[in-house]
Structures are given as structure tokens and as C-alpha cells.
Design a protein around this ligand. Structure first.
Ligand code: GLY
Ligand code: MN
Length: 465
């Protein structure tokens, strides 16, 4: 947790933004509650709501808060533990002391938030709230605002104000992200050093997630570790590692601070790339490096995505997989056949930061519209970059037989794609390379004290050791 001044200042800034936008009424925040996995006393691992963490820091279930835009009064609603709780959980700090630790003076029992919100509504005051990320919060909002379609009442001014703040990271957040990336580096190093043909993928997942659990909160998303990297989010880890394959490892740590890391590397399971694997790997690496070199204030990440896509097509063209004018191919979205996802996303307290608040609101400037094209249409961060943005740089090349067949059968890109040659890549798999990047006043820097080996030579050297 940060100091109480940090949370007070953030809430003050938020209310200031709403006042400047001409808004009035109250702001309602609902923290998460424990979520039973099977029955009430056996819950999913506890994780607080990220916007709650940003403004209130308190990592406790069943908290809510109301900020009064006009008066600035702040109230936290939660219940102190009783003797039954103490028997099972031990003594706990009081709600009042926790509230004071984040600069909030007033507290009330959890149930009182219903009364106070009802009174505000009765007085005709506007109730601003964010899109809920969990069903519990949706249900609570239904009770509090008295309507089933909670989504229709989400406050756009509040959402925009929160996004504008969380999108540009403060120095203390960058420190936390660097620390999360240091753990991500450690986790990935353990994974890389565990790759041996003959063992089951799950074996490595356990070891690497052990690092995340022993030094941080855990993983920032379900680990992707697979010899079928062409399946973008492959969470199945039951395959025996075979020699001569490529293994995609896309994984991140959520530190105890709750800030995330998200790295991807692709390794030859035998420790050495084949000529064919190396050829494709070098293309992805070139796109990855190009994207990083272009990342700086003033450019849009959409432009960076398109430049990386062009570089990928240039490489594929040299291999004879595509042919024709590169700009034409970019415009037609041919790159999406090989990389059906975007170049990157925002990262912070969430690995895909704030996507619960609305992907387009978070990732697109008001004058930008999301494309429909395969690949570009999945770009989650397109904005014009400013210092403090934290994004991922994660191009890939995937040979997805079903997608290639679909394109071929529909005659898509038939003037550009060498479908006959592509058949020899149907068992290739996929490659992705991902680093986490901070936009700085003069350009960009990769987060974390050390960068995971990324070149062919460095990966082979690391695997030899
Ligand atoms: N690393 C997983 C993702 O970005 O979706
Ligand atoms: Mn990512």
C-alpha cells in the first residue's frame, strides 16, 4: 500500500475532474466481496477490485465508499469483525483505523451505504458509478440504484476521469511495475531453465507459478505455456515436451502490490532453433524491436501496430510466404492471418489494465475508431502515447491451419498469400515475443531491471547454461 496522502490526493483529483466537467452528485465505489468456489466458506482466492485499490488501497472484502462531489465528504462503509470472525480469522484492525490509514475520516456499517445512496437518489442527486467487473458488484448495484440494467447507468464522466488517471502511471506505480517485472523475469528464467524434452508441460507451470506465489500475490493471468503456440491462449498443459518443437511461454506475476508483469518468450525445446524456426523467429524479433524503437510520445500505438505488421509481412515476403506490395497488404489486413491479435495492451493493476471499464474507452482516443479487420480489430491499445503509459510490445507469427484454410477457401488474400507453401508450416506452431514498456518523455524503456534473453544467440546461450 502507498501512503495515505497518495490515496487522498487521488480522490481529490478525481473529484476535481468531475467538478471541472460540470458534474454533481455522489460517487459510489463498491469493493469486491469473497466469491464462493463451492460453498460459502471455500472461496476463490481473494482479489480486490483494481479501481478500489487505486483510490482506497484497502485489501479487504465487502467495503464500499461514497464521495460527495459538492462537499468533498468521504465515507467508507464496512463492518468490524465480531467474535465469530475473530475465532476463525484472529483479531483484525478496526474499519475506522483502516479508513484513517488511507485518509478517510468517516466510516459507517456496510449496510448503511444502501440508506445513504437511497437518500441521495430521493433528493434527485446523480449517483456516479463504474462498470462492475464482477457479478456480486452488479447485484449490489442493482439493489443500490434500483434498476436491473446496471450497464445503462454507468457514469461516463466518472469512467473517463478514472481512466485518465490510471492510464498515466505515477512514479510510485512505475517502481511497483518495475518490481513486478523483476519477479516476472525470475519466473520466466525458472521456466526457461526447466525445459527438457520428456517432462510434462504442467511440471514447468508448477515451478514457474511457484515463483509468483512465493514472492508475489501469484500470477497476473492464467499461464500460457504450450508447444501449440498457434493457439493464442492455450491453457492446457498436459503435453509431454517433444524435441524440436517451439514452446511459447506467456506469463506474468502479480506482485503483492497487485501491479502486474506480462512477458512472453518462445524457446526451442531442444535448446537450438532449427533453420526454419530461426527464420520465422527473426521476423517476430525484428517486429518487436521495431515496435519498441518507434514507441515514444506523440505517435499512436495504432501506428506502431501497423509498422510492426508491415515489418512482419516484409519478413514473410522474404520467405516467399506472401508476395506483393507491403502497404497494400497492410491495408488489406493480410498481417491478421499471421497475427490475429493486436500489438499490445495497457498494463498496471490489471494485466490488461482497466478493460472492465470498457476496452475502447481505455485503449482508444475520442477521435479513434476501432477497426474491424482481423488483427488490427483486436488492438486493445491504439492511443496517442504520452509519458507514463505502460504498454506491452507483443507481436507474433502463428500458423493456424484452420484460419489459413478459411482464408484460402474464401479466396481471401489470394493474390498475396502463397497457400501452397503455407501447407509446409501447418505443424510449425507459433512464436510470440513480449516485453513491458514505459513511455518516457524522450522515448521508451523496458520495465524491469533485466531483460529476458530475446535474440536467437542469447536464448540458445541461456539454454545451454
Ligand atoms: N499475455 C496475455 C495477454 O496479453 O493476453
Ligand atoms: Mn500481454
Amino acid at each position: 500500500m502507498f501512503s495515505k496522502e497518495v490515496y487522498s490526493r487521488r480522490r481529490e483529483t478525481l473529484l476535481g475532474k468531475l467538478r471541472t466537467a460540470g458534474e454533481s452528485g455522489i460517487v459510489l465505489f463498491i469493493g469486491n466481496a469473497e466469491a464462493p468456489a463451492q460453498y460459502r466458506d471455500n472461496c476463490y482466492k481473494w482479489r480486490q477490485d483494481s479501481s478500489w485499490l487505486y483510490y482506497f488501497g484497502l485489501d479487504e472484502p465487502r467495503y464500499a465508499a461514497v464521495l460527495d462531489i459538492e462537499s468533498g465528504r468521504e465515507v467508507i462503509y464496512a463492518d468490524d469483525v465480531d467474535i465469530d470472525d475473530i475465532i476463525w480469522m484472529g483479531p483484525q484492525p478496526s474499519v475506522q483505523s483502516l479508513a484513517e490509514s488511507v485518509g478517510v475520516a468517516h466510516t459507517a456499517p456496510y449496510g448503511k451505504v444502501d440508506e445513504d445512496v437511497a437518500a441521495a437518489r430521493k433528493a434527485g442527486r446523480k449517483v456516479h458509478y463504474l462498470a462492475p467487473s464482477r457479478y456480486f458488484n452488479t447485484l449490489r448495484l442493482m439493489e443500490l440504484i434500483g434498476r436491473a440494467r446496471v450497464d445503462l447507468g454507468v457514469s461516463r464522466p466518472l469512467t473517463e476521469a478514472v481512466i485518465s488517471m490510471r492510464l498515466v502511471k505515477e512514479d510510485i506505480e512505475i517502481e511497483a511495475l518495475d518490481a513486478a517485472c523483476a519477479l516476472g523475469y525470475e519466473m520466466h528464467s525458472v521456466a526457461r531453465d526447466s525445459i527438457v524434452p520428456g517432462i510434462v508441460e504442467q511440471d514447468i507451470v508448477g515451478k514457474m507459478e511457484g515463483v509468483a506465489l512465493s514472492k508475489g500475490w501469484g500470477v497476473s493471468f492464467p499461464t500460457i505455456l504450450t508447444q501449440h503456440g498457434e493457439t493464442l491462449h492455450n491453457h492446457i498443459h498436459d503435453k509431454v515436451i517433444e524435441p524440436g518443437k517451439l514452446m511459447v511461454i506467456d506469463a506474468g506475476v502479480e506482485a503483492n502490490s497487485h501491479y502486474a508483469s506480462d512477458f512472453t518468450r518462445t524457446y526451442p525445446t531442444s535448446g537450438k532453433f532449427s533453420g526454419k524456426q530461426k527464420d520465422v523467429y527473426e521476423i517476430v524479433l525484428a517486429s518487436h524491436e521495431l515496435a519498441f524503437s518507434l514507441t515514444r510520445p506523440g505517435i499512436t500505438y495504432r501506428e506502431v501496430h501497423l509498422a510492426a505488421a508491415r515489418r512482419t509481412l516484409e519478413g514473410l515476403s522474404a520467405l516467399g510466404i506472401v508476395r506483393g506490395d507491403l502497404d497494400e497488404m497492410v491495408a488489406l489486413g493480410i498481417a491478421g492471418l499471421f497475427q490475429p491479435h493486436g500489438l499490445g495492451h495497457n498494463m498496471g493493476l490489471d494485466v490488461h489494465d482497466m478493460e472492465d471499464l470498457g476496452e475502447d474507452l481505455v485503449g482508444y482516443d475520442p477521435d479513434q475508431k476501432r477497426a474491424k479487420q482481423l488483427g488490427l480489430g483486436s488492438l486493445r491499445m491504439a492511443r496517442r502515447l504520452v509519458p507514463g503509459h505502460v504498454i506491452t510490445d507483443e507481436p507474433g507469427i502463428y500458423f493456424i491451419p484452420a484460419l489459413i484454410e478459411k482464408f484460402k477457401n474464401e479466396g481471401l488474400g489470394k493474390d498475396f498469400v502463397n497457400y501452397a507453401l503455407l501447407e509446409s508450416y501447418y505443424d510449425f506452431g507459433g512464436i510470440r515475443i513480449e516485453d513491458d514498456v514505459l513511455v518516457t518523455p524522450s522515448g521508451a524503456r523496458r520495465l524491469g531491471p533485466k531483460r529476458l534473453p530475446a535474440t536467437v544467440a542469447d536464448i540458445e546461450e541461456a539454454m545451454r547454461r
